[in-house]
Design a protein around this ligand. Sequence first.
Ligand code: BES
Ligand code: MN
Ligand code: ZN
Length: 496
Amino acid sequence: MEFTIKTGSPEKLKRACIVIGAYTDARLTPSAEAVDQASGGALGALLKRGDLDDKAGATLALPLLPGVDAERVLVVSLGKPDELNDKAYRDALTAAGKALAGLRGKEASVCLAEIEVPDRDLAWRLRTAARVIAAAAYRFDAPGKADDSPKRGIHKVQFLIPGKSSKALTAAVAQGLATAEGMALARDLGNLPPNVCSPSYLADTAKALGKEHKLKVTVLDKAQMSKLGMGALLAVAQGAEQPPKFIVMEHHGGKAGDAPVVLVGKGITFDTGGISLKPAAEMDEMKYDMCGAASVFGTLKAAALLDLPINVVGIVPSTENMPGGNATRPGDVVTSMSGQTIEILNTDAEGRLILCDALTYAERFKPACVIDIATLTGACVVALGKIPSGLLSTDDALARELTDIGQCSGDRVWQLPLWDDYQELLKSNFADMANIGGRYGGTITAAAFLARFTKAYTWAHLDIAGTAWISGEAKGATGRPVPLLTEFLIARAGLN
Ligand code: BES
Ligand code: MN
Ligand code: ZN
């Protein structure tokens, strides 16, 4: 997808499509007004007749409108003017993006950024428009699946804005596009079948990404992990035939001495539960248990595309979680890289076991902060549903920063408490801690476990079990929380 910004009015543009917004009360936006006048009032008349549905995101395609040079005008409903908010704006963009992705033709002009969204400036509207429209065009090309969908879709989008463009506005569009490209990588990795997307595949992807975007990439093998004492990670890996990989990607955009933001992503390429085997229903979805890792890949890609003037490190501990003759047993006690011992009471609580060693490894980077991202607990989906990601942190300022950026990006998070009181639930008779905390507050006890490995730095944890993918008919990875993380880095780089 290619985006440009242009000043002006749409009616005389020879395009495959122009996209304009309309309110339910038939009040016209500035570009709708221009199209209405050019068409001798045809647009206004159609809208008055009620041809466009009320809900924000409903669309109406008007081909060959008299007086208008574009092949079609796509009218997108904005809902009621006094209810227009971030969500209505994004819904309108998603609908526009989906429609454009299915159109024949090359070029479209989109006039949605002119719409006044409460408390949002033009840069926000353009950044959001670029991201949402590009992300709506995402398609997963399944390897080996006969592709019967026609090859079409608009590739060039021009945003028409009322005033002059500027460097800041161009940058905003570039940020939106880079975010969508990072999301697409995360979605591709998530959607790949688990017999393809193995730890080795992730390691190879990291190396390729490194070559393409000048990232420093280091991949540790099992022997090197063993030497570092990553006993918790290796306990998960020991049941699998696929070799585990420990992947480190570094974006050096800042000064050499600048403390990096470190992102740690759970990379379980398939989670059977191990000996604590999961039930069969929907187990295929546990191929998505590497979506935390995928979001780290995607965010590093976006950071590199934007050449963000900040240092970022991505760490991905990756293995399968399989049952087998050599698999870890419930009751096994292992020693983590930190030296703390862990009684593994449930082998299905494996995410925290691979993350804890990665979190200890992260200390060597003397991070400005560490954010880990993981499809960690089913309990998080029970608690919060599939709208926000769970946020838990030992640092209030970092939690607030992420919450605010979640609101602004639309990739929202909701904080759960992480008080010391929860630590008791992890007591073990046979080790420093158990890897599960009992029936209640599963998302919190998982984070409380991780917190024991993050004392050396400022840390937040994102539980994306409910947000990383969609189930059912539209099954697929969402690319979240790449928007949140990318905007976090943009803000940390001082660009927003
Ligand atoms: N990957 C799962 C969490 C998960 C389950 C995410 C379903 C999305 C949907 C994780 O490894 C896991 O199995 N967690 C257990 C923890 C429990 C054993 C304490 C869970 O949530 O049941
Ligand atoms: Mn599990
Ligand atoms: Zn898991």
